[in-house]
Every structure is written in structure tokens, then in C-alpha cells.
Ligand binder design. Structure first.
Ligand code: MCA
Ligand code: AMP
Length: 517
């Protein structure tokens, strides 16, 4: 069988000039010609930790060029890359370590110093804990630098795992989506073609690299094109204004575009050289699309995807209209249908659940065969949990979510996970977490709490022993949940609205507080 290692696929499409730049970061740069040697050293460091094909490598570190080298090295040795949001607390990390059972944990040196993550890894039975800082320091780069580079690129079949990406679950337990080399190669090549990548394209990269959007969609397109990437540590709109004139492609979540529109100096002189602005991970509001087009003359290209399937649909690049509020058409090779709850396909225009099939669809949830089975139809279609309509011509509009999910600034928050924590706060009788429209983040997380009878319901001041307040909730959650999952506001009520079945009427709550921001 032909080698299906994603690294080989990137390698085959590299620029012929070895000095051509791959990453240009503030701290330095990395040329395509140096990739084999540098990733070979990281591969040697992984081998020295006993990493074999199929072993997991959990990585919870900030964005850096070395992070990318580590990712590519994992592909080379056939390890399964498991990136985690650095915002996750040690309590959250412990769950992922226990579930993924990695051979190696790579963490941030400061986080290790503060929380003794090496000890945490030890308790989870992980023999190797290495560090990697955003400044390129740490025991992993030191180990790599001291080793001769490995020349190996292990042979992989299409179905071999390349990564596990955790997505929070409706049950409150995160599920690890198993993503194969075949998934990544097929989706990368389709996007590269569909979005019209051309020689000389330069990608401006300001996304985090622990999710599909920044790691797979953005970086893979650039690698498949042999493109230069302006690799920023994080999203800073003023910095984007400064860098955009040297770029031809930008990918971002809707919050990027909302903030760019409010940034002084962002105008046509900055945007004119950009070939395409791409948005996804959360719904782009039609007013953002309109304002952006009015200012720059360019319609943002909105696409839709999810961790389990990479990119699924896209508005057209050049052959058709980009319509605000729609996510375009199923990408080539991907089949999409809108169904009722029993899986029967609905006529064009009717609202139902979006189901998809194709080479992009993941191999299932790690260690959760029952959960996996629940989310697939017998004919292999994956049930996305997104509500959609499909027009006669196949154009898809996402109209809502069947799954109880909040997307805040492009990060997913499952209310159940937050509610489970809130319910443990002394003085909380019950809680309900909802997402409300937020001008910057798209949706913001809100906690609606019923205090115990007699418990003091206080406002923002937090006065009163044992009283539930925004502050006491924040203090309780600080070590338990990543910051982006924590409620932006706490609302205290006497009782939650319920339907005849006793289920909390979240829709009613969302309507009651719709104007909070
Ligand atoms: C940061 N904070 C947030 C968020 N980000 N709170 C809620 N939602 C967020 N998204 C917290 C910080 O911890 C901080 O807390 C406070 O908010 C202020 O942050 P701020 O400076 O405003 O945030 P930022 O650092 O500017 O980040 C906002 C951001 C960032 C740039 C929108 O969240 C971001 O890069 N999002 C991209 C997410 C992404 O890549 N998603 C793709 C998932 P404090 O002040 O208390 O310290 S992949 C996916 O969804 C699928 C596959 C797809 O289709 O792509
Ligand atoms: P994640 O679980 O982080 O992969 O997030 C995937 C979810 O993000 C999808 O199931 C959708 O609910 C949402 N999503 C991604 N892109 C879009 C988009 N363009 N419009 C609306 N929702 C989107």
C-alpha cells in the first residue's frame, strides 16, 4: 500500500528551494528545507521516551514554532497527537491523561513549576513528562537538540490514527475524536483545491493551534501549498492590521472579524492584497458579513465544520455567490443530507438534523464504542447535532443546534459540564447554563442559579457569608474549569422555568435574558 503518512504528503509538496520559509514568527523563522532535520530531532526525542506507533503524546503548551515541529514529529513516528487547550486546569488535565493514557506528556515549564504537572503525570502512570515553553525553552527542545535527527517516516495506512482531539460532551464528559491520516489528507487536499491556493500565497495565522481550525485547516493548507505562514502568538487586531498587507489568506473565527472592523487603520489599503478572508467555527452574523464587505469590498468566505469531520461545507471561492448566513455546499467527496429524528431525509428547505458521510469523517470516539455507535446511522452517516436546511441546489444553512452547546469566541462550552460544577457549590440548589448573544464573542456563557432556601441571593458585591454571587462562583470554578467555560454573568432566580415533563425551558431563559449584553 502507498504510504498514507500525512507528513509524506506534506513533504512531497514542499517548495524546491530549501530556503523557502515555512514559519515566520516573532522569535525567528523556519525554512522548509530545515523541516526534515528539525522534526527528525524531535522524532528522536520521542523515540528516546519509548514512543511507538499508536502511542499517544499529550501536549498542553502555548503556540510556538516548536509546537509545530513536535506535531510533525508525532506524524513521522506514527504517534497520536493529543493537543489540549493551555487554559485547561490541572483537574481537567487529569481527566485527559487518565483517558488518553499517553506515553508522554509535554507541558509548559511554568505550569509544571506552579502545579507540579510532572507529579500529576506520575500519578496517572505516565513515565515521561517533558516541557516546552512558548519561548522555545524546555526539556523537550533540549533533548531534541542533543540528538542526531532520525531519518524515519513510518509507513501509515489511511485508517491509522494521527490525532485525538477532545470535544466536550453533552454528558459532561469530554470525548476524544479519533482522527486518521486519511481524514487529514483528504480534507486538506480538498480545501487546498476548493479555496484556490496558488503559488506565493502567504497565510496570516493568528488562531490557536490546539484545535482543528488553527492546526489542521490553516496549517495543513499552507503546508500542502508550500506557503509561508506569518505565525502570530495570538490574535491581536492591531497586529493583524500591520501584517495583513504582507498576507494573501486569513482564517479566523467570527470574533476576529468583529474586532477587525472596530480596529483603527483597518481599511482597503490593508485588505486589498488579501485573496480570501475565511470564517468558521461559529456562525458569522450577516451584519458582520455586510459591514466587512462594505468596508473592504470583499465578501467573507464562510465555511462550516466540526472536530469529528474537519471541514464539511464551504461557500464558493470563485464559482458562485457567497451568501451571508449560509455555509455553502458540501465539499467535494462529502455527502450531506438533512433528516428528521429517525434519519429520514427531508425535502429541500425543511429544517432537520445535518448528517454527513465522507473520507473526512473520524474513526469514532476514543474508548467510547457505545457513544460512537449512537452518533452514526447504520449506513455510515455521522449525525452532526447541528440543525440545518438544504436548498434545492444543495446550499446549506445552519439554523441552530440539536445539541446543547454554547460557542463563545469559537470555543465550545457544554452547559452540562458547567452545571455539574455549579451544583457542587454549597448554597446552590440547582443551576442552568445558557448562551446569550454577545456582540464580541457571538455567545457568552451565563449561569442561572437557584440558591438554597434561605441562602442569600446577592448581587455583584458578593457580600454575606455563604451567599452566592458572581465572585463566589468565579472563586469556586477557578481551579475546576478553564476560564473560557466560566460564566460571564451569574443570574439568581427563585426557580427555573420547567415544562410539563419537568425539563428546564432553556429557550425561555434565553429569551428572558436575551438583551443582557
Ligand atoms: C479568551 N477568553 C474567553 C475566550 N477567549 N472567554 C470566553 N470565550 C473565549 N473564546 C477569556 C480569557 O481567558 C480572559 O479571561 C478573557 O476572556 C479576556 O480575553 P480576551 O483578551 O478578550 O480574549 P482573547 O485572548 O482576545 O481571545 C479571544 C479570541 C480567542 C481571540 C476570540 O478566544 C480565540 O482565538 N478563539 C479562537 C477559537 C478557535 O480557534 N476555535 C476553533 C475550534 P480573564 O480576563 O479572566 O483572564 S475548531 C472548531 O470549532 C471547528 C472544527 C471549526 O469549524 O473550526
Ligand atoms: P467543535 O466541536 O469545536 O469542532 O465545533 C463544531 C461546531 O461548531 C459545529 O458542530 C457547529 O455547531 C459549529 N460551527 C462551526 N462552523 C460553523 C459555522 N460556520 N456556522 C455555524 N456553526 C458553526
Amino acid at each position: 500500500m502507498l504510504d498514507q503518512n500525512l507528513y509524506t504528503c506534506f513533504r512531497d509538496r514542499r517548495p524546491t528551494d530549501p530556503s523557502a520559509l515555512f514559519l515566520r514568527a516573532d522569535r525567528g523563522s523556519l525554512a522548509y528545507g530545515d523541516l526534515d532535520g528539525e522534526t527528525g530531532q524531535y522524532a528522536a526525542a520521542l523515540a528516546a521516551c519509548g514512543v511507538s506507533p499508536g502511542d499517544r503524546v499529550v501536549v498542553q503548551v502555548g503556540k510556538s514554532m516548536e509546537f509545530v515541529l513536535l506535531y510533525l514529529a508525532c506524524l513521522r513516528v506514527g504517534a497520536v497527537f493529543v493537543p489540549l487547550n493551555p487554559a485547561y486546569t490541572p483537574t481537567e488535565l487529569a481527566y485527559f491523561l487518565d483517558d488518553a493514557k499517553p506515553q508522554v506528556l509535554v507541558c509548559d515549564p511554568d505550569a509544571d513549576a506552579t502545579h507540579d504537572l510532572a507529579a500529576l503525570a506520575g500519578e496517572a502512570g505516565i513515565g515521561h513528562c517533558l516541557t516546552l515553553g512558548m519561548d522555545g525553552s524546555g526539556s523537550l527542545p533540549e533533548a531534541a537538540a542533543a540528538l542526531p535527527p532520525s531519518d524515519d517516516i513510518i509507513h501509515r495506512e489511511r485508517d491509522d490514527l494521527a490525532a485525538i482531539l477532545y470535544t466536550s460532551g453533552t454528558t459532561g464528559r469530554s470525548k476524544g475524536a479519533m482522527i486518521t491520516h486519511g481524514n487529514l489528507i483528504s480534507n486538506g487536499l480538498v480545501l487546498h483545491e476548493y479555496w484556490g491556493w496558488v503559488p506565493g500565497d502567504v497565510l496570516l495565522h493568528a488562531l490557536p493551534v490546539f484545535h482543528v481550525h488553527g492546526l489542521f485547516v490553516a496549517l495543513h493548507c499552507a503546508l500542502l501549498n508550500g506557503s509561508e505562514v506569518i505565525f502570530l502568538d495570538a490574535f491581536d487586531p492591531a497586529r493583524l492590521v500591520a501584517e495583513l498587507p504582507g498576507a494573501s489568506v486569513l482564517m479566523g473565527v467570527p470574533t476576529f472579524y468583529v474586532r477587525l472592523l472596530n480596529t483603527p487603520g483597518f481599511d482597503r489599503s490593508v485588505s486589498d492584497g488579501v485573496r480570501v478572508f475565511i470564517s468558521g467555527s461559529a456562525p458569522l452574523l450577516p451584519e458582520t458579513f455586510d459591514q466587512f464587505e462594505a468596508l473592504t469590498g470583499q465578501p467573507i468566505l464562510e465555511r462550516y465544520g466540526m472536530t469529528e469531520a474537519g471541514m464539511i461545507t464551504s461557500n464558493p471561492y470563485d464559482d458562485g455567490e457567497r451568501i451571508a448566513g449560509t455555509v455553502g455546499y458540501a465539499l467535494p467527496g462529502i455527502h450531506a443530507r438533512v433528516t428528521d429524528r429517525d434519519g429520514a431525509t427531508l425535502p429541500a428547505g425543511e429544517i432537520g438534523i445535518l448528517e454527513i458521510a465522507g473520507p473526512n469523517v473520524f474513526a469514532g470516539y476514543w474508548n467510547m464504542p457505545e457513544k460512537t455507535a449512537e452518533e452514526f446511522r447504520t449506513d455510515g452517516h455521522f449525525i452532526t447535532g447541528d440543525m440545518a436546511t438544504m436548498a434545492e441546489d444543495g446550499r446549506i444553512t445552519i439554523v441552530g443546534r440539536a445539541k446543547d452547546l454554547i460557542i463563545s469566541g469559537g470555543f465550545n462550552v457544554y452547559p452540562k459540564e458547567v452545571e455539574e460544577q455549579l451544583d457542587q457549590i454549597p448554597g446552590v440548589r440547582e443551576s442552568c447554563v445558557i448562551g446569550l448573544p454577545h456582540p464580541d464573542l457571538g455567545e457568552a456563557v451565563i449561569a442561572v442559579i437557584v440558591p438554597e432556601a434561605g441562602g442569600e441571593a446577592v448581587g455583584a458585591s458578593g457580600a454575606g457569608a455563604g451567599a452566592i454571587s458572581s465572585e463566589s462562583v468565579a472563586t469556586f470554578l477557578a481551579d475546576r474549569l478553564a476560564r473560557f467555560k466560566q460564566p460571564r454573568q451569574v443570574v439568581l432566580v427563585d426557580a427555573l422555568p420547567r415544562n410539563a415533563m419537568g425539563k428546564v425551558k432553556k429557550k425561555a431563559l434565553r429569551e428572558d435574558y436575551a438583551g443582557l449584553f
